[in-house]
Design a protein around this ligand. Structure first.
Ligand SMILES: [Zn+2]
Length: 313
């Protein structure tokens, strides 16, 4: 039974506010509790083994400096060190996107810790492991080179891609979160040899609430205007995986917000869908690096993560 190397360190980060598309306060659903559920689901599987990302911290800082703009990182560091309140900065939202995610005390440290998890997972693959799963929090796929949004500050999947490229691996990123990976598209736009595929709900109806177009010839976006069935979704995914079957490693930005009842979602997948999803990736016969993105339906998350892991057993 192939093992899955899971990486997680609890940060205890508390995001204290969040805005909707009109800029109005809404409930914060990006919480430590959701990641505890993901961890519990993975812990229920005998073939998942665990490691800390602590030893990857320095490498994560170095990769972060290459992936993100210096002025953006300086802002994150300064705003995170502020002792009081939330800081919402329109300068560091993506053009045309309403700022929704404030920088709160501790945000930068937590985001760097999430990057460390992604880097450690990538290192596990270069060290010969077959499957790795970085249980990142906060998520990263809405974070661009110089913008935050959608609960994301630093791009974890982009960091994993950078580490694998540095190790001479041909790598691509497939984003299967409910929401479009606008930040990953942005950080990868200057990295033309890393293909990026994002399948998502229509970006007019869901974050980032605007039309999006690929940032280069090797980026493919598949948007669903209506909730797809599991069969439809997996068929569309399989149709687009061609360019990824010849790579050395596939990074999967995994979001569980496709599941029925997700407060940021709107689709109707069951937890069992995620076993079919990971089996489809497994059938590419490539090493896989899963990076945790969204997923906010607390009662469903443990089952979603367990099913995903079972698809790799
Ligand atoms: Zn999402």
């Amino acid at each position: 039974m192939p093992a899955v190397t899971a990486v997680h360190d609890a940060s205890g980060f508390l995001l204290s506010s969040f805005r909707d598309r009109e800029g109005l306060a809404m409930p914060v659903r990006e919480t430590e509790a959701r990641i505890e559920q993901v961890v519990a689901g993975l812990r229920s599987c005998d073939h998942v083994r665990w490691m800390s990302a602590a030893s990857a911290a320095e490498q994560a800082m170095e990769v972060t400096r290459r992936l993100h703009a210096p002025e953006y990182l300086a802002f994150l560091a300064d705003a995170s060190a502020a002792t009081a309140g939330d800081i919402l900065e329109p300068r560091f939202a993506e053009a045309g996107v309403v700022p929704d995610t404030p920088v709160t005390p501790g945000a930068y440290a937590a985001a760097l810790q999430a990057v460390s998890a992604a880097v450690a997972a990538a290192n596990a693959l270069t060290g010969g492991d077959r499957y790795a799963y970085a249980v990142c929090r906060p998520p990263g796929h809405h974070a661009g080179r110089a913008f935050m949004g959608g609960y994301c500050y630093l791009n974890n999947a982009g960091a994993a891609a950078q580490v694998l490229r540095d190790a001479g691996q041909r790598v691509g990123v497939v984003d299967v979160d409910f929401h479009h990976g606008n930040g990953t598209a942005d950080v990868l736009r200057h990295v033309p040899d890393v293909p990026f595929l994002s399948l998502h709900a229509s970006t007019l109806d869901a974050f980032p609430y605007r039309e999006t177009t690929p940032r280069g010839a090797n980026q493919q976006f598949v948007a669903f205007r209506a909730p797809p069935s599991a069969d439809d979704y997996l068929e569309r995914l399989a149709d687009h995986l061609g360019p990824f079957r010849h790579l050395d490693v596939i990074i999967v930005s995994i979001g569980y917000d496709l599941v029925e009842g997700d407060p940021h979602g709107g689709w109707h997948m069951t937890p069992g869908f995620f076993q079919r999803l990971s089996r489809l990736f497994r059938e590419t016969d490539r090493p896989l690096c899963f990076i945790q993105e969204g997923g906010y339906a607390l009662p469903q998350l443990a089952a979603c993560a367990r099913e995903l892991a079972l698809g790799l057993a």
